[in-house]
Design a protein around this ligand. Structure first.
Ligand code: PRP
Ligand code: URA
Length: 207
């Protein structure tokens, strides 16, 4: 799967295990979501453009680097909000677009209920934030909406993915890079990821 990038890091493996553990409480789940998200954002922005920046250290002149301000975060409501705060801590100037999608409990098909994107999607790199990629329907709908509004460079960051969803995305949008912390075994009959971590939104928001 050439466009799927699985990130390996001991800190990620540790925090992901805590997220998977059904006994982790909301506070713990939130803390480790932030750690996982920051490691993933570090990796997904490894190729980000930088400009040269001439500064004075206390001792001398120095040619340093400054990140080119050309990123947009798009968290998929509601669970994607959990990854926005850690992303914003690293890149506080990035603009943010929103899409709200909710899977139907019976069909697992996502319904869109909200959308607001910045106007300059065509000029920037878009980082979609959604912790779970199960059937791939929500991410595909998000990418479709972004492309319809002019986005040309899209990367997705998902914490846990199912092979079924990754294959679906790869067929539909082979140009999109997807960064994941884990590729799990399969989807169950209710289209939940196995072993997974359950319903991410419910666990993060305590609902
Ligand atoms: C979850 C998750 C993804 C979606 C993944 O959201 O955050 O958006 O499911 O499933 P899919 O790949 O099969 O589309 P959910 O619909 O549960 O809504 P929530 O974020 O409000 O909890
Ligand atoms: N959404 C979740 O939150 N968890 C899953 O396993 C699948 C979709």
């Amino acid at each position: 799967m050439p466009k799927v990038h699985q990130i390996n890091h001991p800190l990620l493996a540790h925090s992901l295990t805590i997220l998977r553990n059904r006994n982790s409480d909301t506070e713990c789940f939130r803390r480790h979501t932030a750690i996982v998200s920051q490691i993933m954002i570090m990796e997904a922005t490894r190729e980000i453009s930088i400009d040269e920046r001439l500064i004075q250290t206390p001792l001398t002149e120095h040619r340093g680097a400054e990140i080119h301000r050309s990123l947009i975060f798009v968290p998929v409501l509601r669970a994607g909000i959990s990854m926005l705060f850690p992303a914003r801590d690293f890149l506080p100037w990035a603009s943010v677009g929103f899409i709200g999608l909710e899977r139907d409990d019976n069909t697992a098909i996502a319904r869109e209920y909200y959308q607001k994107f910045p106007g300059d999607l065509d000029k920037k790199r878009v980082l979609v934030l959604d912790p779970m990629l199960a059937t791939g329907g929500s991410l595909a709908d998000t990418i479709t909406a972004l492309i319809d509004k002019g986005a040309r460079s899209i990367t997705a960051i998902c914490i846990v993915a199912a092979p079924e969803g990754l294959s679906y995305l790869q067929d539909k949008y082979p140009q999109v890079d997807i960064f994941v912390a884990a590729i799990d075994s399969h989807l169950n009959d209710q289209k939940y990821i196995v072993p997974g971590l359950g319903d991410f939104g419910d666990r993060y928001f305590g609902t």
